[in-house]
Design a protein around this ligand. Structure first.
Ligand code: NAD
Length: 420
């Protein structure tokens, strides 16, 4: 097997490992599997951007359209200084499984731009975004590949992407990106969709627990997904004992007042600057992951739970809101320890589900209320969750393996029907 570090066009070890397990369990032919180990199309470009001080910077951008058997490819674009083709390929593979698992008429893709957006002025960020779209626009389309936000990209960035695309092609195409501002055709509920999807799963899982305050939750990452999920869970009665940003974690045995910290982050302050008081203590991100709690929610970056710390994890359940937060070795350790993992392709699928609703609304020029969005989202995510649970009961496997099996089989059926 080719190492993905040597060859960025193949999927990473943990994805390949899951693929191999499904292949063995379900007795699937090698030929079919090769279709899933390699991306269909890969774009990499280096383009010039004029900075505020007159310098020209050459920026690297990536887009991987991994598999399109089930429909146009769909996936976010992240802005981060460590983005590379290996990472984007792996995330595009996971998107293909995610869209398949929750039964959307989509394939999977992912994009990235290697920059640190915190070091750029707003004007520079806009020029980076528009430049990326100029490079990519010939290879995407409303029925081809539809980008969306991811780490460090937001509705404003999507608005620039939409505008640049429409200028380049010369017609209106609101469905070319999702996660847009509402006034440009965004969907109600998109901003909270990822967290709501995870929330509906957690709500379902703990529906028989009468006193929800007994359930202690630790959340790594207090950005869009992590902060909204913390709020939803607290409103339902769960106790949020820890939260973190990239600078520090905060812990309180009695529970943290989520609204207060949402306000704190809105004032652009770091948790490392928070003054310890009222039983709230600063902890490191490492300590947060290893806390005694019922639910641990990694909602920051990938690769946070590794063979180094997996043995120290004490949570009963991990809900992967981030993409790929657990390495393959760690995953095995957690399984051996009996820790349940609700995998990323299920737990964070709410975002792509509501992106799909946004695209549907854009195509019809007919817009839904927030309640309609929430009702449909709940229906899609819980159908997928229940299907995965039944598969686990039938085959005595993990939630991750069951999710992979269901998703892969649906893609392979589509490939077979296409005669591939
Ligand atoms: P975000 O940029 O809004 O927030 C990320 C948060 O993680 C911030 O609080 C940041 O300070 C923190 N963080 C960054 N590095 C960290 C580190 N090393 N340790 C601890 N905290 C760190 O991003 P988001 O939109 O909330 O996404 C979070 C995760 O969820 C990502 O992995 C993303 O791929 C995944 N996800 C998001 C969506 C979505 O719709 N937002 C959808 C699917 C998956």
């Amino acid at each position: 097997m080719t190492s993905y570090k040597k060859n960025p066009y193949v999927i990473c070890k943990s994805c390949q490992n899951e693929l191999d397990k499904v292949k063995e369990r379900e007795n699937i032919e090698n030929n079919n599997f090769n279709l899933l180990s390699n991306p269909r199309r890969v774009f990499q470009f280096n383009y010039p951007v004029k900075m505020d001080d007159g310098r020209i910077e050459v920026i690297s951008g990536f887009r991987v359209q991994f598999n399109d058997a089930l429909g146009p490819t769909k996936g976010g674009i992240r802005f981060h200084e460590t983005v590379d083709l290996s990472e984007v390929t792996q995330l595009a593979f996971l998107m293909s499984l995610k869209t398949s698992l929750v039964r959307l008429p989509y394939g999977g893709a992912k994009g990235g731009v290697r920059i640190n957006p915190k070091e750029l002025s707003e004007g520079e960020l806009e020029r980076v975004t528009r430049g990326y779209m100029r490079e990519l626009h010939k290879y995407i389309g409303v029925d081809v590949d539809i980008p969306a936000p991811d780490v460090n990209t937001n509705p404003k960035v999507m608005g620039w992407m939409l505008d640049e695309y429409e200028k380049l092609v010369g017609f209106k195409a609101p469905g070319i990106v999702t996660g847009k501002p509402l006034k440009l055709g965004g969907s109600k509920g998109r901003d909270v969709a990822t967290s709501l999807g995870a929330f509906y799963i957690i709500e379902e899982k703990y529906k028989d627990v009468k006193d929800k305050s007994e359930i202690k939750v630790a959340i790594q990452g207090f950005g869009n997904a992590g902060s909204h999920l913390a709020k939803e869970l607290q409103d339902l009665g769960f106790t949020i004992v820890a939260i973190s940003d990239s600078s520090s974690g905060l812990y309180s045995r009695e529970g943290l007042e989520v609204d207060h910290f949402i306000g704190y982050k809105q004032s652009r302050k770091h948790f490392s600057d928070y003054e310890e008081k009222n039983g709230i203590k600063k902890i490191t991100n490492k300590e947060l992951l290893e806390l005694e709690c019922d639910i641990l929610i990694p909602a920051a970056l990938g690769g946070e739970i590794t063979s180094e710390n997996a043995n120290n994890i004490k949570a009963k359940t991990i809900v992967e809101v981030a993409n790929g937060p657990i390495t393959v070795e760690a995953d095995q350790t957690l399984e051996d320890k009996g820790i349940e993992v609700i995998p990323d392709i299920l737990a964070n699928a709410g975002g792509v589900i509501v992106s799909y609703f946004e695209w549907v609304q854009n195509r019809q020029y007919l817009y839904w209320s927030e309640d309609e969005v929430k009702v449909e989202l709940k229906d899609y995510i819980l159908k997928a969750y229940k299907k995965v649970k039944y598969h686990v009961e039938d085959t005595n496997t993990t939630l991750r393996s069951a999710s992979y099996s269901i998703a892969i089989n649906r893609i392979l059926e589509a490939e077979t029907l296409r005669g591939n």
